[in-house]
Structures are given as C-alpha cells and as structure tokens.
Design a protein around this ligand. Structure first.
Ligand code: ADP
Length: 329
C-alpha cells in the first residue's frame, strides 16, 4: 500500500454553543443563518480512524461498534467525497469512529464527529490542509463541527448564501477562562428529531423564526464581549435568552419539536434556584433534552451536587475547556 494511504486517526471534542446556532441561510452549502460562539469541551470526545483502501468497492463506516445507519453513512460519504475530490483520489474508505458520550442525543456528537472525520480523512488521503480549510470542510457536514476544529472559545459567523468558504475561528484559547460546563443528562438514548430536521421545521413554520434571526446577532456580540471581559453574568444572561429563544422556535414549529422532558424543567429550576442562592451559574441546552450549566471552576462542585440531586437527572458530568482537533500519525 502506498505510504499516502496509511490509516490516520483524529480526536476531536464536542462544543457547547454559548450563543446559539439555529437555522440555515443556505441549505445547499449548509451555511448558518446566525453567528454563534462556542466552548470546546475536553471531556466529550470522538475518536475516528480513516483508511483509503485501493480495491475497496464501497465506503464502510462503523460508528460506536455497529454498522452506521444509511443516513449516517450518507453524511460521512458526502464528506469523504469532498476529500477525494480535493485529493484527486477515488479509493473508497474504511471509517471507524467512537463517540465517548451518547450519539445523536443533544450533546453535539455531530460537531466532534464531523471535525474528527474531516481531520482523519484529509490526513489519510495525504491531503493535509490548514485549520481554516479543515473548519470549512467540517462545516459543510455540520455547522457546529466547524467550531470543534478549534479549542477554547470559538466563533462562527453567519453565512452569506452561496459563499461556501465559511470557517470558524478561535477567539480565545482554553486557558483564557477557567469555567466549567456541568452537564445534567435528563434522558437516555437518541433524541426524537435530528437537529437538521428540527431547524428546517423552525425556519419553515415557526411564527417566531424571524424574531430569532433578528435577535441572535445581538446575543452573539454580548457573549463575545463577555468572554473577552470574563464577565460570567453578562454571558450567562445572553446565553440563557439565546437558548430559550431557539427552543421557542422549535416548540412553536409545525409539527412541534419539544425536546424537553420533566427532568429538563426540573434541572432548569435547579439552576435558577442556585442563582437565587448566590451561586453564579447559568443554563444552556442544545437541541435535545439535557441541561448544561456554566459556572466558574470554584462553583462546579456545588452545581454538580445540586443537579445530581435533581429529580429525573440520570447522571452529571463536569467538563473543562477543551483543545482543538488532533490528528496522527
Ligand atoms: P447531536 O446532538 O448528537 O449532534 P444530531 O442529530 O445533530 O445530534 O447529529 C447526530 C448525527 O451526527 C448522527 O446521526 C450522525 O449522522 C452524525 N455523527 C455523530 N457522531 C458521528 C461520528 N463520530 N462520525 C461521523 N458522524 C457522526
């Protein structure tokens, strides 16, 4: 086998949007309709290996130890096709990936998954590119994956329809601010509606979608400034509004996408009660039922304990600011 087609491995981490991404301005190029800002999370990891094999008939994708579903395979093949086209090869690939946290459950497996796949596939094809190009490649599969290429605090601007080069950029390294994201798992198994489908439902049917598009850039600006100033309260208030506003679009779409279960609401109340008790902590959620609480490191044990004792919460994980994608050999 030529050296260029040795297997390559990549590790990427999921991220949590502090200013939320919801809705696309261009479905074909997968461009976000609003700017978003995220924190990469060290403890939520995907490991992916890719090998392009001469003579192989089809791409083969094993995810979390089982054959990928048709839809999962299609999305992975679309990324592999872009890499093959850029690298001018046509070998099919063998892909193995493990998410070290629940897949398709509202914890951003698509972000770490496509970031790791983009990095491993480009290296395996012998077509190394810089981080900006890697981020744009990952973004075409999942906009949030563009952000997981980088560590720490990361910005992805809104896309201009047709402008396919959009990539994320780091605005501060993981060491900038010693915050913690405390994740309260409120349900087991995958979520009922994928993010892609829920977003499209919101865009095409929610009466509040236009208001969301108008308000989201303001929250993003506030979050960016608050990260710069390490102002948790300013960040937290904007983050909670941004979260509730996009869920409002999802809930009011037709058919409604209500990701929340009883334990979601209990966990949100726990965060509010902690704050009333003097603990500086604010909540956020992805498109899914889990609640994530952002606080400074010193308050994380108290937040973890309170969420652990919240009715319906299955388990709690504390995550630190994480690094960007890493690839080997
Ligand atoms: P999540 O909240 O976990 O991001 P989504 O519905 O947004 O849920 O995305 C889940 C989809 O992302 C999966 O169905 C699959 O297509 C893709 N995905 C998840 N993990 C990986 C992975 N490790 N490698 C490639 N694709 C992945």
């Amino acid at each position: 086998m030529p050296l260029d087609f040795a297997p390559a491995r990549a590790t990427a981490h999921a991220n949590i949007a502090l200013a939320k991404y919801w809705g696309k301005s261009d479905l074909v190029h997968n461009l976000p309709a609003v700017p978003s800002i995220s924190l990469t999370l060290e403890e939520l990891t995907t490991e992916t290996e890719v090998c392009f094999e001469p003579g192989r008939q089809h791409d083969d994708f094993v995810l979390d130890g089982r054959p990928a579903t048709r839809k999962e395979l299609q999305r992975a093949v679309a990324l592999l096709d872009r890499v093959r086209c850029a690298a001018r090869i046509d070998h099919r690939a063998r892909v193995t990936s493990h998410n070290r946290f629940p897949t398709a459950a509202g914890l951003a497996s698509s972000a770490s998954g496509f970031a790791a796949l983009a990095a491993a596939a480009t290296r395996a094809a012998g077509h190394d590119v810089d981080r900006t190009a890697l981020s744009a490649l990952a973004r075409r599969s999942s906009a949030s994956a563009a952000r997981s290429i980088y560590g720490g605090f990361v910005e992805l601007c809104a896309g201009v329809p047709g402008a396919d080069e959009l990539a994320a950029r780091q605005i501060a390294p993981p060491t900038h601010w010693d915050v913690r994201l405390v994740v309260a798992f409120t349900a087991a198994g995958p979520k009922s509606v994928s993010s892609t489908e829920a977003m499209e439902r919101s865009r095409s049917t929610s009466p509040f979608y236009d208001a969301w598009i108008e308000a989201a850039p303001g929250w993003s600006e506030t979050v960016k400034r608050a990260i710069h100033d390490r102002d948790l309260e300013a960040l937290g208030v904007a983050m909670e509004q941004s979260t509730l506003a996009f869920h409002c679009c999802a809930i009011t779409s037709q058919p409604s996408t209500l990701y929340w279960g009883p334990a979601t609401i209990s966990a949100l109340h726990t965060v509010t009660a902690l704050r009333a008790d003097g603990v500086p902590v604010w909540s956020t959620m992805d498109a899914g039922p889990h609640v994530k609480a952002l606080c400074e490191a010193e308050h994380a044990p108290r937040v973890r304990d309170a969420l652990t004792h919240t009715p319906g919460v299955l388990r709690v994980l504390v995550s630190t600011p994480g690094s960007g994608v890493e690839v080997s050999p």
